[in-house]
Design a protein around this ligand. Structure first.
Ligand code: HEC
Ligand code: HEC
Ligand code: HEC
Ligand code: HEC
Length: 204
């Protein structure tokens, strides 16, 4: 749970033996990329937008069709900061697995009325974008600084006020990311999904 290695993929590769090379190529191709931030159909304030892409193949990022400078850190993690004017924008990631696109809207006082219906405001979390606060890069692997998520979270959040807001025992709550999105969210309290859906994961 604590690291993001692709070890299972490597094991599959070893097990497949002679057929491995073809299968490996295919497996990597099928591994579609994901935009971790920002989220599709979200609204952000005009200003620098921090982008995180998780991809198993090297690829190209573009904003409204124009290439964007990309930073690669360990283990298939790509980041960029994009700047643009108010209005609707499209980010695209293209690699061997295909293309992923997300759209977002940069809001200004003047264009608020143009926000597409149903789109929600995306709040990045934490407000500063330093990945190293929570992650580390060891031997080319993208991983975590601490043994558990909660250890990381409680470097900034008070455990005391946390207990008041959460009605469960520690065991249920340990996996913070079951309910929260650590990179930001369009929901209240940085929830990963609407509150009722979060509860329904366990309470049918
Ligand atoms: C507040 C702590 C925190 C910060 C800051 C943070 N992350 Fe994360 N990140 C997490 C947690 C917790 C997870 C585990 C999420 C899960 O399992 O749902 C995670 C997961 C990830 C993953 C793996 C996701 C996957 O599904 O494979 C990537 C990649 C990642 N973060 C990249 C970044 C990058 C790049 C930055 C900086 C721009 C960053 N993170 C900043 C806490 C953080
Ligand atoms: C580097 C400091 C830092 C770390 C580490 C951190 N947070 Fe935060 N978090 C903040 C700040 C600052 C805010 C308030 C601003 C905001 O809402 O984005 C916040 C807000 C939140 C909120 C919303 C609070 C509200 O009242 O709306 C939640 C939920 C949250 N964090 C969960 C987490 C979880 C889960 C982790 C661990 C994966 C974590 N945080 C790690 C700094 C941090
Ligand atoms: C079962 C889902 C769930 C899990 C697991 C969970 N949270 Fe929350 N969290 C919530 C909900 C729902 C709220 C909104 C609280 C409210 O409605 O009073 C919240 C609110 C928060 C807040 C803001 C308010 C406060 O109490 O300070 C922080 C910070 C936070 N969570 C951090 C964490 C951390 C850190 C973990 C892991 C140790 C965690 N959460 C695990 C559901 C969860
Ligand atoms: C990871 C699974 C999980 C999730 C997600 C979850 N719960 Fe629970 N919940 C439990 C378990 C297990 C118990 C019994 C043990 C305890 O109290 O911690 C419980 C107990 C409760 C109780 C105490 C009353 C009772 O039935 O025993 C309430 C109230 C509750 N949950 C509300 C919520 C709400 C509201 C959410 C969404 C924010 C939520 N739960 C999300 C697992 C979960």
């Amino acid at each position: 749970m604590l690291t993001f290695s692709r070890r299972s993929g490597a094991r599959l590769f070893a097990a497949l033996g002679v057929l491995g090379i073809a299968a490996w190529g295919q497996e990597r191709k099928q591994d579609a990329s994901t935009f971790l931030r920002p989220l599709d159909q979200s609204v952000l304030e005009v200003g620098p937008v921090s982008v995180i892409v998780r991809a198993s193949n090297k690829g190209k990022l573009s904003l409204d069709g124009k290439p964007v400078d990309l930073k690669q850190s360990a283990g298939g993690v790509y980041t960029a900061t994009v700047n643009s004017s108010g209005g609707l924008h499209e980010l695209s990631w293209i690699d061997a697995a295909g293309e992923q696109k997300i759209r977002f809207f940069l809001r200004t006082e003047a264009n608020v009325a143009g926000v597409p219906a149903g789109w929600k405001v995306f709040k990045p979390h934490p407000p500063s974008v330093e990945c190293g606060i929570c992650h580390s890069e060891k031997q080319g692997e993208w991983s975590f600084k601490t043994r558990s998520y909660s250890e990381t979270c409680f470097t900034c959040h008070e455990q005391k006020s946390f207990v008041q807001g959460h009605a469960h025992n520690d065991e249920v709550l340990a996996d913070c990311v079951l309910c929260h999105n650590p990179h930001g969210s369009t929901e209240e309290f940085h929830l990963k999904m609407p509150r009722e859906t979060a509860c329904k994961q366990c309470h049918g």
